[in-house]
Design a protein around this ligand. Structure first.
Ligand code: BDP
Length: 724
């Protein structure tokens, strides 16, 4: 007995100690649920919530019960029990329409009719003399999202006296794409290794998988493709499928479906066939059988994400077939089970002399109308590759008969990776709000993506995940805001970034108005800042080779021209920039006329896209009154200044932030400032060779010549072997 007692005490002490150890390390993300500091708010809530009653039982409803009890007990700092009856005391009543008589009775018919799949209503109602908060939905997932929404409202301190919320997700498939390899590394991952422990699954189920699924559910993410788009057919081996199934088992309780990437040549590698030709019956059978096998293990399997005929990945074109042939074959195998195919449009070929920005459009648009109903084409936001800023992809709006899914980057390849603070939500918002003019004015990218422009039932948004084994999930603490914002915008692509940042700041750091405003400002301005010190005025793809970190405008010697920088910036004695008008590659002709007209005239082209669409003489006078050269110098310098301001803003709210997280962000900002200077100095000294003009005296002169900056090899990027 005494030994047991002693052991118990040791465990207890260790437990408390470990909690302290990880006190403010960011692991809890925005799901902190600490006691609401303001007594008044806490008491108000407390008076209205004494118990939680869940009318029904199921895997997901049990999750809802757990999450509400945990969240609300934490926020109110007292134990809020699960009620056995809905009557005795004011509280929260939760249930699914058609399954709960209480809910059926409580919700006005007109409101019930507005609810769609996964949507929810939260409102106050009087029942047996008490006021209750009702969370109602048409399905369990809706209830889950409603519960997290209520928690978010409580975390944000809003009034709940007269709650009246009704939301339906605007986008159906809201997915994270993990570029995680089976060996535990993460392609373009800057937050440690993969959180999927393929070695120890399926027996060892890491607690992290649950917390991962919770975080996703809390922002409405309902799917995860857990393997890299540069796919490994090994994942189709039965042992790996069992491991994947163990993940799916965890995700299911949080409404997250599991998806896998399908290597197109898997019938050869995993099936021993001689071909992967999509029109070959043996190949079709192999996929059907494989899909059946997957559904045996994972009954709610989501489907496949496919990168084919891109950057050396196998695909249908090897057999003289096209993307539709390939996608449809997989779609046919998945259709009987309700699965879908997300076929990526990120394709370009070195052999093709065409501007890389035009190639995906050329390959896909002619196939519009040829894809099965359960196929979505997944398109990156821009036609090159996750640059700090790109013009929108010309495919948006150009394939009215095919649902196009958005692929955003949440990780920060080309964007400072794990160290730079860059709030990506502004970039997402900018893209989503851009008008394609596809069906006249107001045909925004958001409307293409949510399916409303052309009336598609299927719609989707994917984000390339930024998480890994880092204790705080994203490595860079502010990277959590990108994950959060992605989920919120996938749920509703019309939300404003500023609102999202404020929500996040309140839930993650502090409710103090100055802290909230400052954090939202930092996130809100930081994307533009990064564009300024990396790729101002429409420059793109001038990063260091391979790892894409740091400046490399001089990169010219690569296995393929379209991997070099000189291919994109085209600097010469005359000027700078890629002419994509009719006198150049004519990529602009792929856009709808009213979109095109904004950019085709060099004098009217908005400055952020000037060098994306035009080759501009160095002394050309811009709308700012500066020559191109002077504007370029000014922008680079402005970017550096703004990183300094970010540092100052962070410092100004030190009093509201715990030491551990304050220091974390401070140190990263210092790296960012040094590297912004590196970007400015390297790029200006490089481009000066062509402009032959002085860097204005008001701007710090680069300390070294361009040859020096070329020697600054960056060997530390994850996945890059350090060398002398
Ligand atoms: C590029 C990355 C590469 C990815 C590729 C893709 O450099 O690692 O495999 O995109 O999206 O941005 O397929």
């Amino acid at each position: 007995m005494r030994i047991q007692h002693l052991l118990f005490s040791v465990v207890l002490v260790l437990g408390i100690f470990s909690i302290n150890l990880h006190g403010e390390d960011g692991y809890r993300l925005w799901l902190r649920y600490d006691k609401i500091e303001k007594d008044e708010t806490r008491e108000k809530y407390s008076n209205q919530i004494n118990q939680i009653y869940i009318d029904g039982e199921s895997l997901i409803l049990n999750t809802v019960a757990k999450e509400l009890v945990r969240g609300i007990s934490g926020l109110l700092d007292r134990n809020i029990p699960l009620g056995k009856k809905p009557v005795s005391t004011p509280g929260i009543i939760v249930g699914v329409l058609g399954q709960s008589a209480i809910i059926d009775h409580a919700i006005p018919k007109a409101e019930a009719e507005k609810l769609g799949p996964e949507g929810f209503a939260i409102f106050k109602t009087k029942r047996t003399g008490e006021n209750h908060i009702i969370i109602a939905a048409k399905d369990e997932k809706g209830v889950l999202y409603g519960a997290f929404h209520l928690l978010r409202l409580l975390q944000s301190g809003v009034e709940i006296e007269a709650l009246q919320v009704l939301e339906n997700p605007k986008v159906k498939l809201r997915l994270l794409n993990h570029w995680d390899n089976l060996d535990g590394t993460v392609e373009r991952g800057y937050a440690g290794f993969s959180i999927w422990n393929w070695h120890q699954l399926p027996q060892y189920v890491d607690r992290r998988y649950v917390d991962y699924a919770r975080a996703n559910a809390s922002i409405g993410i309902n799917g995860a493709a857990v393997t890299n788009v540069n796919a490994n057919a090994l994942v189709f081996r039965p042992d790996y499928l069992k491991k994947a199934a163990a993940l799916a088992d965890v995700f299911r309780a949080y409404g997250v479906k599991l998806y896998l990437t399908a290597r197109f040549s898997a019938p050869i590698e995993a099936g021993g066939l001689e071909t992967a030709d999509p029109l070959d019956p043996a190949v079709q059978d192999w996929w059907k059988n494989k899909v059946n096998e997957i559904y045996e293990l994972i009954p709610d399997f989501g489907g496949f994400l496919v990168k084919a005929n891109s950057e050396g990945q196998p695909g249908p074109q090897q057999y003289g077939r096209n993307h539709a042939d390939g996608a449809n074959m997989l779609a046919d195998a998945l259709a009987p089970h309700g699965g879908i195919v997300m076929w990526r449009a990120f394709v370009y070929s070195n052999e093709e002399p065409e501007d890389r920005a035009k190639q995906a459009y050329n390959e896909f648009v002619p196939l519009d109308g040829q894809f099965r109903e359960n196929v979505l084409i997944q398109v990156k936001n821009g036609p090159i590759d996750f640059q700090p800023r790109e013009a929108i992809h010309p495919m948006f709006g150009a394939m009215p008969k095919t649902p196009l899914m958005m692929e955003f980057q949440i990780t920060k390849e080309y964007l400072g990776q794990g160290t730079h603070l860059v709030g990506l939500s502004n970039m997402y918002e900018e893209v989503l709000q851009t008008d394609t003019y596809a069906r006249g004015e107001g045909s925004t990218v958001a409307k293409v993506i949510d399916g409303s422009l052309d009336g598609h039932a299927l719609s989707g948004m994917a984000g390339v995940s930024n998480i890994g084994t880092a204790r705080n999930w994203t490595g860079n603490l502010f990277g959590q805001a990108d994950w959060y914002a992605f989920g919120r915008l996938a749920w509703n692509p019309y939300l404003s970034s500023d609102e999202i940042f404020k929500e996040w700041a309140k839930m993650t750091f502090s409710h103090h108005p100055l802290a909230v405003k400052t954090i939202a400002d930092m996130l809100g301005s930081s994307h533009e800042t990064c564009v300024r010190y990396m790729t101002p005025l429409g420059l793109h793809h001038i990063m260091g080779p391979g790892h894409h970190y740091g400046p490399g405008p001089w990169v010219s010697d690569m296995p393929r021209a379209d991997w070099t920088s000189v291919y994109y910036h085209r600097a010469d004695k005359e000027g700078l920039g890629f002419d994509r008008t009719a006198s150049g590659s004519d990529a602009l002709s792929q856009y709808f006329p009213d979109f095109r007209h904004q950019f085709e005239n060099i004098d009217e082209c908005p400055l952020p896209f000037l060098l994306w669409f035009h080759h501009v003489p160095w002394n050309y006078k811009l709308s700012t009154g500066n020559s191109l050269w002077k504007e370029l110098c000014t922008q680079y310098q402005q970017g550096v200044i703004e990183v300094g301001q970010l540092k100052g803003k962070w410092k100004s709210i030190e009093a509201f932030i715990d030491q551990e997280r304050f220091d974390h962000v401070r140190m990263h900002l210092e790296i960012q400032e040094r590297e912004a200077q590196w970007w400015r100095n390297a790029c200006l000294s490089y481009f000066q060779q062509f402009s032959n003009m002085e860097i204005p005296a008001s701007i710090p002169q680069p300390e070294h010549g361009v040859e020096y900056y070329k020697t600054l090899i960056y060997p530390y990027a994850p996945g890059i072997r350090p060398r002398w």
